[in-house]
Write a new protein. Structure first.
Length: 174
């Protein structure tokens, strides 16, 4: 079995951090986003952490587009709450990684474009994003309806019958 190990040294504590696991050496199985996040959180609390990964085919994190945009999702209830909380926490993770010496994450607030040939679906999606933006803070950015010319100006390869809902990058670019 192929494997790799990452041992994070004891990094920074934020004031709310609890030193509950500093005496432990924890092995995390799986080095995708879930395992890496767990490992980083444990390491920040002082644990020695080793991440083991079998390098199986079909690793989702490696395949992912890395898009963080829960607000237009049709997910509802706890699934949406978890999804949105993760997105809201992301800038903090980037800060924590920077404090731990990770200089390059490729995280950017680029905005997002939702397209459809069905104006009713766009109206519905726009209402959903606007409602969620009211509780999500500035991270969602400005939301506006864009016609086909604007859609194609943003993404020239898109079909000529699509309109869109565009949301800007939100607060600062990270
Ligand atoms: C094509 C594609 C695009 C996506 N785009 C997005 C997107 O834009 N935005 C978004 O939010 N989500 C996206 N996702 C979803 C997202 O990538 C996954 O939800 C997320 O990466 C899952 O992370 P994970 O850590 O649970 O799993 P994985 O990343 O699959 O990690 C699991 C790891 O465990 C290892 N493993 C498994 N079994 C064992 C074992 N027995 N022993 C040791 N190691 C083992 C595997 O090798 C793997 O590395 C996309 C997914 C795909 C497939």
């Amino acid at each position: 079995m192929a494997w790799f190990g990452l041992v994070f040294s004891q990094v920074v504590f934020d004031p709310g951090g609890k030193d509950i696991v500093s005496q432990h050496h924890v092995i995390v199985i799986g080095g995708g986003i879930a395992g890496a996040s767990a490992a980083f959180a444990l390491a920040r609390r002082g644990a020695a952490v080793t991440v083991v990964d079998s390098a199986l085919k079909g690793q989702a994190t490696a395949a992912s587009a890395g898009i963080i945009s829960p607000w237009a999702s049709t997910a509802e209830g706890p699934a949406y709450e978890l999804y949105a909380a993760g997105a809201a926490y992301y800038p903090r993770v980037i800060e924590l990684l920077a404090q731990a010496g990770v200089e390059r994450t490729d995280y950017r607030r680029t905005g997002a474009l939702l397209v459809s040939a069905d104006p009713d679906r766009l109206t519905e999606a726009q209402a959903r994003v606007e409602a969620r933006a009211r509780t999500a803070g500035g991270i969602v950015g400005d939301i506006q309806r864009v016609d086909n010319a604007e859609v194609r100006a943003l993404v020239p390869v898109l079909a000529p019958d699509l309109e869109g809902v565009y949301r800007s990058a939100g607060r600062s670019r990270t």
